[in-house]
Design a protein around this ligand. Structure first.
Ligand SMILES: [Zn+2]
Length: 370
């Protein structure tokens, strides 16, 4: 994610801070400085650092809960009032997703309770609204911030924890795909309501609403893609009509192919029919600008392209495409020769076809399949 800095790594998970966290730090520092000078300003920095630590613990709650189900988390990004734990996949069972989603808020509740009980902080709802005021006691402010973290995260909309809890609960009865669709619609409905309220009260709410709306749509598309992939084979989705380049081809040959066809990714195949790499349109244009048309494609292609047998599960292919960020996947026959290609674009097309068929009730993937 752009606009965030990686600050460390815990149990294999990169910890990132979003730039808004630093803006928040500057804002608090300035507000405290104006009220109480340098001493107060540093108090403010301590508050933000403690808040950072609380958000981190919340996210680690998700990370360790997911680990229990064998799901790793490559990175987490921390925002001032919450974080996003980027799980490599969603746990299979709804009950597992429920546990993972609830683990973060439970950590925040535990922090708030211990601050209240052990340190004797008082909860003053008004203190929540005055985080920029240095006169409000640090412990009370932190307790308040953690309660806010729980309430905000339990809004039943993606990407908030509440959205995941809602989906997991719906999925127990409706299945994963339908539950995601419904949870995303509820989230978008809430975002619109939030935005309308924001227009009349607080412009910050409008920004949050737009963010929630977009995130809810993204989640729905992602879930649909996985649903389509489940139970299908690579052979069902691959492109079988495509042009390929030879190991001796130059960038000039590649550009001719690019113009002549609608293809954007060109496999480079040797005499034995084996995939040596894939040349993308972007790499081609870059090579043309920087190294000229006579450059051999073999020097500018992506030579680390995964291959899968045609009988492999489509979900494995989707995983390789999305997680490794590869332009395409080579599909091979039993002898290891290239017989097809899979790209994110043609997977998207397959998704459209399948969902149209599912809605109409026609075809081999009729209503019963969804
Ligand atoms: Zn959370």
């Amino acid at each position: 994610m752009p606009w965030s800095l990686t600050v460390g790594k815990i149990a294999g998970t990169a910890i990132r801070i979003h730039v808004t966290f630093l803006l928040f730090l500057i804002w608090i520092w300035a507000a405290y400085y104006r009220e109480g000078g340098a001493d107060a300003a540093w108090q403010g920095v301590i508050f933000v650092a403690s808040l950072f630590f609380c958000v981190l613990l919340h996210e680690l709650g998700h990370v360790f809960a997911a680990k229990r189900y064998g799901v790793n988390t490559p990175d987490i990004t921390l925002w001032p009032f919450g974080g996003i734990a980027n799980l490599e996949r969603i746990p299979e069972k709804p009950s597992e997703e429920l546990v993972v989603a609830i683990a973060g808020p439970l950590v925040s509740i535990a922090i708030a309770l211990s601050l209240l009980l052990l340190l004797g902080a008082t909860v003053d709802p008004a203190a929540l609204m005055k985080i920029e005021d240095p006169k409000v006691e640090l412990v009370a402010k932190l307790a308040g911030a953690n309660i806010f973290l729980v309430l905000f995260n339990m809004i039943p909309a993606f990407p908030m924890d509440g959205g995941r809890v809602l989906r997991a609960l719906l999925a127990i009865k409706l299945g994963f795909a339908r539950a995601t669709e419904l949870a995303a619609s509820i989230g978008q409905g809430l975002a619109i309501a939030l935005g309308l309220i924001g227009i009349f009260t607080n412009p910050m709410l409008v920004i949050i609403a737009v963010f929630v709306f977009l995130a809810a749509s993204g989640e729905a598309v992602h879930a649909q893609l996985h649903h389509v992939a489940r139970g299908a084979l690579v052979a069902d989705a691959m492109i079988t009509k495509f042009d390929s380049l030879g190991p001796q081809s130059s960038v000039r040959d590649a550009v001719e192919e690019l113009i002549r066809t609608t293809q954007k990714e060109f496999p480079v195949v040797d005499g034995g029919g084996r995939l040596r790499g894939v040349l993308t349109r972007d790499a081609m244009i870059r090579a043309l600008q920087q190294r000229g048309p006579d450059t051999p494609v073999i020097e500018v292609m992506d030579s680390d392209v995964p291959t899968l047998p045609a009988r492999a599960n489509l979900e494995a292919a989707l995983k390789a495409l999305t997680e490794q960020g590869k332009p395409a996947i080579g599909v091979t026959d039993a002898d290891g020769r290239l017989v097809g290609l899979l790209t994110t674009e043609n997977l998207g097309e397959m998704m459209m076809v399948r969902s149209a068929r599912a809605r109409s009730g026609f075809g081999p993937w009729g209503r019963a399949a969804t």
